[in-house]
Structures are given as structure tokens and as C-alpha cells.
Design a binder for this molecule. Structure first.
Ligand code: GLU
Length: 294
């Protein structure tokens, strides 16, 4: 018998759940149930410009309809901004953050031939990193909006930071190259936190032992591992699953409304059919009976 897993499904409520989410949720659910562990739901709703309350209500409805269950209360990231603030204060206190006043336009102009991080984001050219203290203080005093960026070079100068690996289930230790992300934003101008910060903090806080999520987030794991190292958080294991594609080979996304769980539910499909469609034929009922044998 392996270890008892704590897994999570951590959607951002920016649209209706689609089959890709179902595949992701089931991956976490199965890993938890097969090990006699716990499956958590976490709502990643820090981006108030994109998240909507009705999508939160709908995701509960969809997941319950699929037959999943999870402990309450559910962690909603937007209710815990103080937690993320504390992490930022810790990082700032260690000299690992700096304010960045650049607009998108400033970054484009300064980048010249822009480099892209593995997640497709533009690597920051470093404009505000070495700003002189007087100018920085003046901009802060004037209330110019700023993001907080990780000083990657400094972070990588911490003991052990250059030798990190993460564990991908079935593959083993993966070398980390967080430097490919450059000075990432850890607190946005419009949202005083970022995905990378919140997801890593919460996985540690909630004792997640196995992170199951789409392949699209695999590269970011190097960065998450670095944040864990800096903060002294435990490193979960990871299992990144392939993304579902439509018949034309295009990755499923929220824009494909017809493929939303809600639409399939309304169209009279059964939960079993939806799970099958998500490429999970050994579906919930099989898992539930396996769980029953514990
Ligand atoms: N909230 C993220 C998303 O919806 C997923 C976070 C994760 O699984 O690490 O894409």
C-alpha cells in the first residue's frame, strides 16, 4: 500500500467547467480515493477581474453532479489575501522582491527581442530591478501602481537553489530551471498576489501530497519548487496529465461552450458519459467500489 494522498482540484472560476477540467478533477479524485486519502476542492479566484461568483456556484453543481465530494469549508483564495501578503512581506524582508512600475508597453519596448518563459509569458527585461533608491521612493510616494517581482538572480543565490528537482510520478526527479522565467510577478498591479505564489502557498498549507494538473502547468513547477525552497515549504509530488484536444487537435478551452459540463448535463448526458468523454472510463463508480473494499 502506498502513501495516503491529499490531492486537490483547483479551478479558477473564469468560465464553466469543460471536459479538460473533468479529466483534471478525476485525476485528483482517483489518486485520493485509491490511496484512501482526501480530495480537496480549492477555488483559485484571486483574479477578481476575471472570476465570477456564478461560475463558483456552477462548479460546485457540476462536480457534485459528477459524484465527487470534498471536505468543507472550501478554501477560496480571495478570502485569504492576508496569507499571501505575509508571504510577500517575508520575501521582501529577505530582499527577494522589488517593485516594478512598468506598463506592458514599457516592457515590450525595453525587451527589444523579447524572450519568452516556458509558459509563454514574456521574460521581464529587468528595467526596475536596479532602479536607484531615490527614484523608487519617489514613484512609491507618488502612488504609481506597481507589481512585485521576484529577483530571480538573488533567489538562485540562496543555498541549494540551483540544485532543485521536483518529483514527477512515473518519471522521477526532474531538473528545475526557474531562471527561464526571469523575474516573475508575485503580486500584480491589479491583484496583490499571483497564481504562482498562491498555488504554492496553498498546496503547502493544505498538506497536498500529490498535485495532479494539466501538462500546460508542468513547466511552472520549476518555479513552484523554487518558491517552496525559499519559504521552507514541503514539496509535493506532481503528476501532469495530457490536455484534452478536440477533433481538430486543438486544446479544449473554456471558449468551447458546447463542451461545458453544464451543457452536457442540460443535454441529458449522464455523469458516467461525461466522465467517459473526459477519457476516464475507469470512472467514479469503479473507484467508489475500490474504495468500498478498504
Ligand atoms: N487554478 C489553475 C487553473 O485553473 C490550476 C492550478 C493548479 O492546478 O496548479 O488553471
Amino acid at each position: 500500500m502506498g502513501m495516503t494522498e491529499i490531492t486537490r482540484f483547483a479551478p479558477s472560476p473564469t468560465g464553466h467547467l469543460h471536459l479538460g477540467h473533468v479529466a483534471s478533477a478525476l485525476a485528483g479524485w482517483r489518486a485520493a480515493m485509491e490511496s484512501g486519502g482526501t480530495f480537496l476542492l480549492r477555488v483559485e479566484d484571486i483574479d477578481t477581474t476575471r472570476c465570477r461568483p456564478e461560475f463558483i456556484a456552477d462548479l460546485y453543481t457540476d462536480l457534485e453532479w459528477l459524484g465527487l465530494s470534498w471536505p468543507r469549508p472550501v478554501r477560496r483564495q480571495s478570502a485569504h489575501m492576508d496569507d499571501y501578503r505575509r508571504v510577500l512581506d517575508t520575501l521582501a524582508g529577505r530582499g527577494l522582491l522589488y517593485p516594478c512600475f512598468c506598463t506592458r508597453r514599457d516592457i515590450m519596448e525595453a525587451a527589444g527581442a523579447p524572450h519568452h518563459a516556458p509558459d509563454g509569458a514574456m521574460v521581464y527585461p529587468g528595467t526596475c530591478r536596479n532602479m536607484d533608491a531615490g527614484r523608487r521612493a519617489a514613484l512609491l510616494a507618488a502612488g504609481v501602481p506597481y507589481a512585485l517581482r521576484l529577483d530571480m538572480a538573488r533567489a538562485l543565490g540562496l543555498p541549494g537553489a540551483r540544485r532543485l528537482t521536483w518529483h514527477e510520478v512515473g518519471e522521477g526527479a526532474q531538473p528545475c530551471q526557474p531562471e527561464l522565467f526571469g523575474d516573475v510577478v508575485l503580486a500584480r498591479k491589479d491583484v496583490p498576489a499571483s497564481y504562482h505564489l498562491c498555488v504554492t502557498h496553498d498546496d503547502a498549507l493544505q498538506g497536498v501530497s500529490l498535485v495532479t494538473r494539466g501538462q500546460d502547468l508542468r513547466a511552472a513547477t520549476a518555479l513552484h519548487r523554487l518558491l517552496q525552497h525559499i519559504m521552507g515549504w514541503p514539496a509535493p509530488r506532481y503528476r501532469h496529465h495530457p490536455l484534452l484536444c478536440d477533433a481538430t487537435g486543438r486544446r479544449l478551452a473554456k471558449r468551447d461552450g458546447a463542451l461545458s459540463v453544464r451543457a452536457m448535463r442540460m443535454a441529458g448526458m449522464t455523469p458516467q458519459q461525461v466522465c467517459n468523454a473526459a477519457g476516464a472510463p475507469d470512472h467514479i463508480s469503479a473507484v467508489s467500489s475500490a474504495v468500498g473494499s478498504h
